[in-house]
Design a binder for this molecule. Structure first.
Ligand SMILES: NC(=O)c1ccc[n+]([C@@H]2O[C@H](COP(=O)([O-])OP(=O)(O)OC[C@H]3O[C@@H](n4cnc5c(N)ncnc54)[C@H](OP(=O)(O)O)[C@@H]3O)[C@@H](O)[C@H]2O)c1
Length: 416
């Protein structure tokens, strides 16, 4: 990302100076290894082995932190800069999700400015959209595809019929997934981003206290059945305020109506939709990662600083951010998709039906398919509205039936 930022300055420096009224100068840089081969030539800049030395108010107006990680050097640098009154621009969603409240307070106390446009959905200007463009609205819901790697894998599985492992391998070979892809495919990266959006939209400090599920358990079979039922499977970050004022914040793969615009957002793209009480639904789509889009967002923050925009870190001063009561997961209502592989025997359906009846869950659609290779049968059902708690009770009943051969797969159907 650091080299991407230097590339933006090298190519568009004059235009940026005209637009911002300031000439940006890179004064000093740091990284782990000074001599590593890089895409940008950094030999002209003062070098520090210790990144904390960058936080010198005699030398710099703003520190750009592009190290990453919720803790460690990135956080030390952020604290050092902000406590000395030096503004900070960062792309670090993990740090903002875990320490955004503390850093915002630190910035306010010292008179520094903290900006993190690139931390949520890379090049998409969703932070500025919520903070500024939608500032007049009471927002009651935000949801979106916030991780390009996961979306790339799901799209590949859908388009080519590839298994999860094959799609992940291809994503890694093409540079869309890292060697350790866990934050992307386990939903943690999406959780960082939705917790930041929650803060911007609902005025709560960012919190990682939310249920998180990723896409490792999604099979090509579920993708195919979802398509047959008129859905696509997407990893979504969702944050909404319930009618009784609770925060329903979660990350999971879910079935989205195939006709929805969000369903059609494919490959490594990201898209976010916000619902405001006056603006209605408002959606932005674009590239959520990569050197170009991310550097574009980092530079936009720097331009905003140069123009003198010193508004709060989140949508209001840190002292006004208030934690919201959380919706108890079991009480959340929705429709569900369930796939079971069962033995092709008499009596299995009766056991399944009684589990559903006992827990008060009614089925909306049921598909039964015999598999040619063995004598097992796939049962795919979608339910009417029920609670998450009832659904979990049904699943544990299914699990105990001897003729249910695999762990049942359950996905939520998300109305958007
Ligand atoms: N990649 C994306 O598409 C993307 C998109 C949005 C946001 N972001 C965020 O942007 C940030 C940077 O991501 P990246 O992909 O550019 O990561 P990266 O390629 O791993 O680069 C990290 C940089 O930080 C330096 N660094 C690491 N540990 C350090 C330490 N202890 N002290 C000093 N320097 C250290 C590295 O130095 P060396 O060069 O010497 O190794 C490298 O220059 C992260 O917060 C990430 O979440 C990335």
């Amino acid at each position: 990302m650091g080299c991407g930022l230097l590339a933006v300055l090298a190519k568009n420096g004059a235009l940026i100076a005209d637009r911002s009224g300031r000439d940006f100068q890179v004064v000093t840089v740091s990284a782990r290894d000074k001599n590593r081969e890089r895409e940008a030539d950094i030999s002209a800049y003062e070098w520090h082995d210790d990144p904390l030395q960058l936080a010198d108010p005699q030398k710099v107006d703003v520190v750009v932190e592009l190290i990453g990680g919720a803790e460690g050097t990135a956080l030390d640098l952020a604290r050092a800069a902000l406590s000395k009154g030096i503004s900070l621009v960062t792309a670090n969603k993990a740090m903002i999700a875990h320490h955004g409240d503390e850093l915002a307070r630190l910035a306010e106390q010292s008179g520094a400015v903290l900006r993190f446009e690139a931390a949520v959905a890379g090049g998409i200007p969703i932070v500025k959209t919520v903070k500024e463009g939608l500032a007049a609205n009471r927002i009651d819901r935000m949801h979106g595809i916030l991780n390009g790697t996961a979306n790339f894998i799901l799209t590949l599985m859908e388009d080519s019929g590839a298994s999860f492992d094959d799609a992940l391998g291809q994503a890694q070979a093409l540079g869309y997934a890292e060697a350790d892809p866990s934050f992307d495919i386990d939903g943690v990266d999406t959780a960082h981003k939705i917790s930041i959006l929650t803060s911007l939209a609902f005025g709560a400090p960012p919190s990682m206290d939310l249920p998180i599920e990723g896409i490792r358990a999604i099979t090509d079979i579920d993708i195919a059945y979802a398509r047959e039922l008129g859905f696509r499977i997407k990893l979504l970050g969702i944050a909404r305020i319930t009618d009784d004022g609770k925060l329903d914040q979660r990350v999971h793969a879910c079935l989205v109506d195939a006709n929805e615009t969000l369903s059609k957002v494919g490959g490594a793209a990201n898209a976010i939709e916000a619902h405001g009480d006056f603006v209605g639904p408002c959606m932005i789509e674009g590239l959520g990662a990569g050197a170009g889009p991310t550097a574009s967002a980092v530079m936009a923050d720097l331009i905003e600083l140069a123009r003198g925009n010193r508004n709060s870190t989140f949508s209001m001063p840190a002292s006004k951010l208030k934690p919201l009561p959380l919706l108890e997961t079991g009480t959340r209502r929705g429709e569900f998709y369930v796939r079971l592989r069962v033995a092709d025997k008499a009596g299995v359906m009766a056991e399944i039906a009684s589990a559903l009846r006992d827990e008060g869950v009614s089925v909306e659609r049921l598909i039964q398919r015999t598999r040619a290779s063995d004598d097992s049968v796939h049962l795919i059902m979608t339910t009417h509205q029920t609670t998450e708690a009832r659904m979990q009770a049904v699943l544990s009943r299914f699990h105990k039936i001897d003729d249910v051969l695999d762990t049942p797969c359950m996905l939520r159907i998300e109305p958007i």
